[in-house]
Design a protein around this ligand. Structure first.
Ligand code: DA2
Length: 288
């Protein structure tokens, strides 16, 4: 099993993650809290109350977890394609796989990465939703003092299964949308690259950026549900499950609820995934 894809997936994911985390914090707040009037209002409030550091809340854990999550996504994707088409990453430029194979490999990568991502994503969302200013002397400490404390508290209060709160919604979100992600990327690269050649850096950047946007637009409805399920704690249990969360969110806020955060998700997705694919392609070419 080729392992370079796993390592390249990890490094490229980490680069994308740092770039996109401030957008991600704004998105999570908009999806789960009703105190903000929009993206700008949310950014101004975070900056005023929590300083620049507020945008980077909950980032240390995803940085550590991206090693697992992105390497599983890219590693499983590439190795599934190898199984389906018997071609390595390098050979795929000369013998491009069918879109059906790309979609299936993307879905497989998305499904398995969702399982690894679930506890890390839960902790990130819980930390991002703490609105207390960072380190104010004299004020009561926030509920969670950091990622390890957050994980330990969830485990203590809700058990092992508590760490997987929202995992179903996450799997439903990621399985098809990762298929869309890789199809868009490969399709655009194929369209704008002469037969048998590697795509140029500009093509990779644009294809990666649009792959990010396409997959996030498709993922946003379940992303909203996932974030709400993750904030639904043991003491204040509001939703019975994914379907109940969907129905009661639509009843209370209308269909528009499914598109909460779609603008910020797309704005974040372009640079994050442009950088992710560019570094992934270059690392593999460099090692190949
Ligand atoms: C849930 N969806 C749509 C995705 N995860 N799409 C792929 C993008 C992955 C990238 N690390 C990012 O966070 O944008």
């Amino acid at each position: 099993m080729p392992v370079e894809e796993f390592v390249a997936g990890w490094i490229s994911g980490a680069l994308g993650l740092v770039l996109g985390h401030p957008f991600d914090t704004v998105k999570v707040r908009l999806q789960t809290q009703t105190t903000y009037r929009g993206i700008v209002d949310c950014m101004v409030k975070i900056y005023r109350h929590e300083s620049l550091l507020g945008f980077f809340k909950g980032m240390s854990f995803p940085i550590a977890s991206i090693a697992v999550v992105n390497s599983v996504l890219f590693g499983v994707y590439s190795n599934t394609l190898l199984l389906l088409t018997a071609t390595s990453h390098q050979e795929r430029r000369a013998q491009p796989p069918s879109y059906m194979h790309i979609f299936l490999a993307g879905c497989t990568g998305g499904f398995l990465q969702a399982y690894c991502l679930a506890p890390f994503d839960l902790i990130k969302v819980r930390l991002q939703n703490q609105t207390e200013p960072v380190a104010q002397p004299g004020s009561p400490p926030p509920q969670y003092q950091g990622p390890v404390h957050c994980a330990a508290s969830i485990f203590r209060e809700e058990g092992y299964r508590g760490l997987f709160r929202g995992a179903w919604a996450l799997m439903l979100r990621d399985t098809p949308t990762m298929g869309i992600y890789f199809i868009t990327y490969e399709g655009l690269c194929h369209q704008y690259t002469p037969e048998g050649q590697n795509p140029s850096s500009a093509t990779v950047l644009v294809a990666g950026g649009f792959a990010g946007i396409a997959s996030w637009v498709a993922a946003t409805p379940l992303d909203v549900i996932k974030s709400r399920m993750q904030m639904d704690g043991l003491r204040r249990r509001v939703y019975q499950g994914v379907l109940d969360c969907m129905v009661s969110s639509v009843r209370q806020e209308g269909l528009g609820v499914f598109f909460r955060g779609v603008t910020i998700n797309s704005a974040r997705a372009f640079p994050v995934n442009a950088v992710t694919f560019l570094s992934y392609e270059y690392l593999l070419r460099w090692w190949g």
